[in-house]
Design a protein around this ligand. Sequence first.
Ligand code: GLN
Ligand code: ZN
Length: 765
Amino acid sequence: MSTAHNLGFPRIGARREMKRAVESYWKGDLDEAGLLAVGRELRARHWKLQAEAGLDLVPVGDFTWYDHVLDMSVLLGVVPQRFGDVMGNVDLKTYFRMARGRAPGDKAGSADTYACEMTKWFDTNYHYIVPEFNADQTFRIASNKLFDELAEAKALGVRAKPVLVGPLTYLWLGKTRGAAFDKLTLLEKILPAYAEMLARLKQAGVEWVQIDEPILVLDLPQAWKNAFESAYNRLQSSGVKLLLATYFGALDDNTGVACRLPVDGLHIDLVRAPQQLATVLDQLPAYKVLSLGVVDGRNIWRADLEKALAILDSVKERLGERLWIAPSCSLLHSPVDLALETKLDQEFKSWLAYATQKVAEVVALREGVDHGRASIGVMLDASRAAAQSRTTSKRIHRPDVKARAKALSASADQRHAPYAERARQQREKLKLPLLPTTTIGSFPQTQAIRSARSDFKAKRITEAEYNERMKQEITLAVRKQEEIGLDVLVHGEAERNDMVEYFGELLDGYAFSENGWVQSYGSRCVKPPIIFGDVSRPKPMTVDWTTYAQSLTQKPMKGMLSGPITMLQWSFVRDDQPRSLTALQIAFALRDEVLDLEKAGIKVVQIDEPALREGLPLRHADWAEYLRWAAQAFRVSAGAVRDDTQIHTHMCYAEFNDIIDSIAALDADVITIETSRSDMELLDAFVNFSYPNEIGPGVYDIHSPRVPTKDEIVRLMEKAAKVVPVDRLWINPDCGLKTRDWPEVETALANMVSAAKTLRERLQH
Ligand code: GLN
Ligand code: ZN
């Protein structure tokens, strides 16, 4: 018989119970005992659900109050000094101080317990809390949470498989503090703690432990590859069986390392990297279990069971009982339960599977492999019908949209003239001063805006009344910008709740779920739009708002759009065609919008791509191909305009040295970008690479309430002017201002404008 298991279940709860509990605990409305009770309830519910669905092994230790990497830090006693000396176990308050800088009951503003950093978990939109190591870091078991939860599971009769982040992945994800040192040197010290952990799990009667080492799908330095062998040699004596889990990509050059390790099983991701199966089968020693991740843990589509069974059947012949079946990765990245969707129609729902349904798919696959297809007739029929209707549905397939993307001509992604000529024409038309000032798009989302939106949603006001209120907000934003004296204005994005959702709602091919929540970080959940079909634009999306804003001023009004890669990156994307093609379809829809804006008299259009960098593949070898199609999609969206129409783009990150040539390849006339937090460190990139077009290095950090002084801005821009010719520099904040309030924004922007004046005098000699 084969084994069906799961790598991790979402912890948020189908109705985001975890979020609610944690937030009321933070507010002081729920005490610790109350919080813990909610956790117990959720775990019991999730274990029961998985066990009753028929899984042979159920993950334990995947539940967390904030983040599973933070849980590992606490389990290993890795608590930065600033949170005090922790002698015994780390308590919940320390845990939340590490996550958020404070815990309930703390006095506000104890600045020395600033939170740990947070960053993206591989190429997902989940964020983990970065472990901090110092050179004399020690490790010890400093939490009972995992062992308590294991006992809890056992008491409920669950066949538990504890889940840990493996030692190498854990060290890889951390950062060092203080004097520089190689964190790999900590391996020696961390292994005894892992060994003790495993011994305790063994003692508790555990048979299998899942140890996650997803860094095995990355390009690893040789020293790290070597370290795997010695580390797992040390851990093999614990007596528990280890299932080494890899996901999010192919093992490739790490296949040998992964297959040879002295563990009892290996999990590989066959959704992201189906091609790796043959090599892994060749290299896997005959005693090991092989777990195949055939159900997509990161997307919402119903699995094609027939296709998965074809793979599993062939492997079953070779492996027999050693075949395990699982989702590709933890289901943490999927919403919880499709049953809660009451507004999607039956056909649409038949295409989807959330975590609960994915567990059932894994079990069905085991049944199908072990007992033949007839044993899962109903599931198989539903899966076949979904696959069938997704290939033929007219809601999905639009011949006109496909034809357009297919007919992409070589010139569609090129502006007519090269930048220098465009810049000349744009200068003539826009008549901007040296060092023009602008902002990134959004202005404060005030209470007035929020209540207008909720009134409209609750049908307390009509659409006409809502539009009127939005126009008032736009008028206000324009008036303020004129008073401040900015050169290129924006309408302020009052009408947009979210930069992807807003456009998704106006495009065909997008759908929105009611309960498709996934954890982004801590208690924060997001509900990504679903791109299910060919994307097209039924009618203009932003033209009315933008022309209204333009009608209020003589200054150029910047049209504001979300770019194709960002639209893709922050959505659930269809899996029946390459992502590059979906991006291209979105690009064509935007292209029409850009042209309509131009036709309506808008002279400057910004296409935001804040997510371009996070779309980079995990393996360096795949970067060039991604960057090629991503840049092409951007150029398709921008490429049709006249030479005297100015295209801006915006990105909010500073690490861009390694992709600067691709950013140049976007061929935007102007890019505004984050630099302020790194004190213009970004500009280092320009010493070696002369960026050909115009650039606005953000002069102040909008993430902080701190208002920048004029002198500070002058100093930063003088630094910038040393590496970029001054006639190609713009002055702007480093991102949109929607999270700030007006008084702050007005002072900051006034300082920015007065810095520009000073600089113009100085730099023009
Ligand atoms: N135009 C958007 C804004 O100003 C850009 C947001 C972003 O960069 N994430 O809000
Ligand atoms: Zn930004």
